[in-house]
Design a protein around this ligand. Structure first.
Ligand SMILES: Nc1ncnc2c1ncn2[C@@H]1O[C@H](COP(=O)(O)OP(=O)(O)OP(=O)(O)O)[C@@H](O)[C@H]1O
Ligand SMILES: [Mg+2]
Length: 507
């Protein structure tokens, strides 16, 4: 007889239905068909041992297991549990077969029958919800994560024996519930009140956080660039539940959600080293996994010592910075990962560390500075809205006893400005000024006569590209929002123009 059990395969953060068909007939052999990888093929060893250890029988008959559809590659050990449940059911050791169709069943089996957690359970739960399944049967270690998706019956089991007893009516596995709470954390380990002085840089960072603008900090060694950048998450608006679940789905794919809450509680801050490979940065591999840009989704991607990154690794960022997602194409499948992050870069102004006056240095030195800066391609720089110079903190500031403003105070202003943006762009499903399209900019970034005159002058003097011109207007929009001003005024625009440091370095 044939029994069907349902599970899922992951395609990026999307899950796809896999039907596990088990047929038992007379010869003693297990056949596995339907494009299983080696880990799936080996599952019959784990399953045989697990079933024997819980006192169930593997019949001396031929068992055929078909994982359908056949054109999707099935990877990993997560199919152990649905296959084992299928065998139990096909051999009449598990009753109530008709109830199996209501659940997605996924998990890895240990040799003693214990169920181990698997990766990507949040995507699988979303799929179950969207496709009319009643619920999920998973490892108890996965249950909290699955229960983040409301409206599903989630049963977390420790051992396959519990599942057998549950269906046979000898035990009732308790349903798992999860009520995710929004974090209202104000006690960040890294707080802006530890940074002395640097008020103009803090102001630029506040604007970047308020409008989710990409920002580049340019300054000599020791000026505090890394110190400032690492404190940015402390002033970003708290994650909403939807954003938290979106981000958790990506972390779930690599098995790294908070085991207690089942999700990601804070905006991620990813800081890959400059030797990072293109795949680790963007995602990919033969069995694709999300890269740093996706792990930074809804948070910050910090690239310290920006020009030290390989040029092609930086170029990889261009498309996701525009599209806010990355598509990884492989021969068998193409997967998509979200990648909506705020890019924060830090760099020295020259290979020697300090600022160089290009008009007065010798030609050899000038060419080495040019080479260093040219690593940052124009198109990438154009996508960075705010470029700010960080000068070393003065003696007066560093020795001052004046209390510095805390991250919590700055965050309040950021949240206020974000709320204005959220309500303004509600009908377009946009979150911040940085996402404005040219058409929407015509509506929301209108300039008055005086401001038009100012920007015309700036374009002429600084030979601005069309992209930087657009960036300036978006940043000016955020400055106006921080002030609660409906109209962008000349003073807002003037400040935004100051944040184009690299446009002002003539090489
Ligand atoms: N404004 C400041 N207030 C308090 N401490 C500071 C400040 N600026 C720098 N420091 C101190 O100097 C240290 C070095 O700063 P940081 O590593 O951030 O510099 P950097 O600009 O990133 O240098 P590099 O270019 O070498 O990476 C900090 O860890 C901090 O202790
Ligand atoms: Mg640094």
């Amino acid at each position: 007889m044939i029994v069907k059990v349902f599970g899922c395969a992951l395609m990026g953060v999307e899950a796809q239905l896999i039907t596990i068909e088990v047929n038992v007939s007379r010869v003693a052999k297990i056949y596995m068909v339907g494009l299983p990888d080696n880990a799936v093929k080996e599952s019959h060893q784990r399953i045989s041992s697990a079933l024997k250890n819980i006192g169930c029988k593997i019949p001396i008959k031929e068992i055929t297991i078909n994982l359908a559809p056949a054109d999707i590659k099935k990877e990993g050990s997560a199919y152990d549990l649905p296959i084992a449940v299928g065998i139990l059911s096909a051999t009449n050791q598990l009753k109530c077969k008709n109830r199996l169709k209501d659940y997605l069943i996924m998990g890895e089996l240990a040799l003693d029958g214990k169920i181990r957690p698997i990766k990507g359970i949040l995507s699988i739960a979303t799929f179950a919800k969207n496709n009319g399944f009643k619920g999920l049967i998973v490892s108890s270690d996965n249950a909290k994560e699955a229960a983040l998706i409301k409206g599903l019956e989630v049963y977390g089991a420790y051992n396959i024996k519990d599942i057998n007893n549950h269906f046979n009516g000898f035990l009732k596995i308790k349903k798992t519930y999860n009520y995710p709470a929004l974090s209202s954390r104000t006690d960040f380990m890294l707080d802006f009140n530890e940074v002395k002085g640097q008020n103009y840089v803090k102001r630029a960072i506040e604007i970047a956080a308020a409008g989710s603008h990409n920002i580049l900090l340019i300054g000599p060694p020791g000026s505090g660039k890394s110190m400032l950048a690492k404190r940015i998450p402390s002033i970003l608006p708290p994650l909403s539940i939807d954003e938290a679940i979106e981000t958790a789905k990506i972390y779930s794919c690599i098995g790294k959600v908070n085991s207690f809450s089942g999700m990601v509680d804070y905006r991620p801050f990813r800081s890959p080293h400059h030797t990072v490979s293109n795949v680790a940065l963007a995602g990919g591999g033969s069995n694709p996994i999300p890269g740093e840009i996706s792990l930074a989704h809804n948070g910050v991607l910090f690239l310290d010592e920006l020009p030290e990154f390989k040029r092609d690794a930086l170029e990889v960022l261009r498309q996701p910075l525009e599209d806010r997602k990355i598509v990884i194409s492989r021969a068998m499948k193409s997967v998509e990962y979200p990648a909506n992050f705020m890019l924060v870069g830090a760099m020295n102004p020259s290979p020697n560390g300090g600022f160089e006056d290009l008009n007065s240095i010798n030609p050899e030195r000038k060419s080495s500075v040019k080479k260093y800066l040219s690593k940052l391609s124009g198109p990438l720089m154009d996508r960075i809205d705010i470029q700010i110079e960080v000068l070393p903190v003065s003696y007066e500031d560093i020795s001052s006893k004046i209390k510095q403003e805390s991250s919590h105070e700055i965050q309040k202003r950021v949240v206020k400005a974000r709320k204005i943006q959220l309500s303004r762009y509600k009908k377009y499903a946009l979150y911040s000024n940085s996402e404005l399209t040219p058409k929407l900019m015509d509506n929301y970034c209108k300039l008055d006569f005086e401001s038009e005159k100012l920007i015309k002058l700036a374009v002429k003097k600084m030979s601005l590209s069309v992209r930087s011109f657009t960036r300036i207007k978006k940043v000016a929009r955020t400055i106006a929002d921080l002030e609660g001003s409906e109209q962008i005024q000349k003073i807002h625009l003037f400040e935004a123009i100051q944040y184009r440091k690299l446009d002002r370095i003539k090489i």
